[in-house]
Design a protein around this ligand. Structure first.
Ligand code: FAD
Length: 394
């Protein structure tokens, strides 16, 4: 079998890319290791930049998003147990949108299924070969049998642990990585959010975050050890610690049933080049950020915007100019996103090896942010997201 575009992975980047190409009549196949139910229920990101929202709407898959999302004018910052509201909308005329990643994937995978698109679930890709030749080969397993196909382009949307990045020749691929000495203990809670915007708290005992997935479901996080043992965290201890780090006089954190607990280690990673021959890396396959800046899903969408523009231009106008620039343009934006996520992570968290000087400087930086309007404008611009370099013609 030969297909023009083979997409590895049906997460947000793979499913959005397949959807956009389909709107322009460009044939693709999506190969996904997991079942559809598994992908749709994976709880991860919850904050969308305006450009990500606009891309879904432009691509004709934003109807439910527009109806059910929550728009936040800004964020609150907790410092010395006081809450400071940064009104992004007032500062720069734009806020952020809360809509769960599981809802994004449900919309996209549901849309693809309704149009009968070729998405193979439980079809793990085993190898990607011949990327320097005229046609690339993708080897995968489906319904117990080994299969293979050829394609014009392979798009690696298979996340950090997928096989696409490994298919790049070792002599070509460069990587940069930082593993943080802490993680996030996250809980999903059946309770309305205790604030109308997300609350990011810098506290001597460690970072804490109050965020939300819907008007009835809250998502809360505590900085913890990267290998924290969840057995040591009964619900009562989690609530007490959240109260300590997030609390302020006169305000109470609403408690509710905790229906999921997880620990996420924090890591920054990016690689380049993001393309080699017929292979293009997209989303988490090429870069990972710690969740402090809520940038992972949005960076994946920024890549898709450029890559889909390039593929549409190639197939409809026989012009490869955007496609050839993809790696460079996507990396350039990602470096700025990496910088914001790293600087935010460094600002908010307590590093185990920091001394009194480090901690005072860190607190000083937070004081500057909550009191200086110029610092707030810069923060708002980065938090709400940098522009996408190219938008697909739809
Ligand atoms: C706790 C947490 C909170 C987060 N919060 C935010 C946030 O608020 N905002 C934000 O923007 N981002 C956030 N992120 C990051 C965001 O979830 C990711 O950046 C996003 O999922 C990247 O999408 P992707 O499609 O590139 O990769 P993925 O979502 O990882 O999808 C990759 C897909 O490839 C499949 N795959 C892997 N190997 C193979 C194979 N061999 N064959 C076939 N398929 C394969 C996987 O099963 C998966 O479905 C968060 C992440 C975590 C963990």
């Amino acid at each position: 079998m030969h297909v023009p575009v083979a997409i590895v992975g049906a997460g947000p980047s793979g499913s959005l890319l397949a959807w956009i190409l389909r709107q322009r009549g460009i044939e693709s196949i999506v190969l996904e290791r997991q079942s559809r139910e598994y992908v749709e229920s994976r709880i991860r990101a919850g904050v969308m930049e305006q450009n990500s929202v606009d891309l879904m709407i432009k691509a004709g898959i934003g109807e439910r998003l527009q109806k059910e999302c929550m728009y936040h004018r800004g964020v609150a910052i907790g410092l010395y147990n006081e809450h400071h509201f940064l009104d992004f909308d007032k500062l720069i005329g734009i806020g952020v949108t809360v809509y769960g990643q599981s809802e994004v994937t449900k919309d996209l995978l549901g849309g693809l299924a309704a149009e009968g698109h070729n998405v193979l679930y439980e079809a793990p890709v085993r190898a990607i070969e011949d990327i320097e030749g005229d046609r690339a080969t993708v080897k995968y397993t489906h319904e117990g049998a080994d299969q293979e196909l050829t394609c014009d382009f392979v798009i690696g949307c298979d996340g950090f642990h997928g096989p696409s990045r490994q298919a790049m020749p070792a002599s070509v691929l460069k990587t940069h990585e930082k593993v943080y000495p802490f993680g996030w203990l996250g809980v999903m809670v059946n309770a309305p959010p205790s604030k109308d915007v997300a609350l990011f708290a810098h506290h001597d005992r460690g970072f804490a975050l109050l965020s939300m997935r819907s008007p009835k479901v809250s998502r809360l996080y505590l900085q913890c050890k990267p290998d924290e043992d969840l057995d040591e965290w009964p619900d009562e201890r989690i609530w007490d610690e959240l109260d300590t780090r997030l609390g302020t006089p006169g305000w109470e954190l609403e408690r509710g049933e905790i229906f999921q607990k997880d620990v996420t280690p924090l890591r920054s990673f990016f690689c380049y080049p993001m393309t080699h021959g017929r292979l293009f890396l997209c989303g988490d396959a090429a870069h990972i950020v710690p969740p402090t800046g809520a940038k992972g899903l949005n960076s994946a969408f920024a890549d898709v915007s450029v890559l889909s523009s390039g593929l549409i231009q190639h197939y409809t106008k026989d012009d490869e100019s955007i496609l050839r620039r993809y790696g460079e343009v996507a990396l350039e934006r990602n470096i700025q996103t990496q910088r914001f996520s790293w600087s935010n992570t460094s600002k908010y968290h307590i590093f185990p090896d920091s001394n009194a000087f480090d901690r005072r400087m860190q607190a000083g930086e937070m004081e500057y942010l909550v009191t200086n309007e110029t610092a707030q404008i810069s923060y708002a611009q980065q938090h709400t997201g940098l522009p996408f370099a190219y938008w697909p013609e739809l």
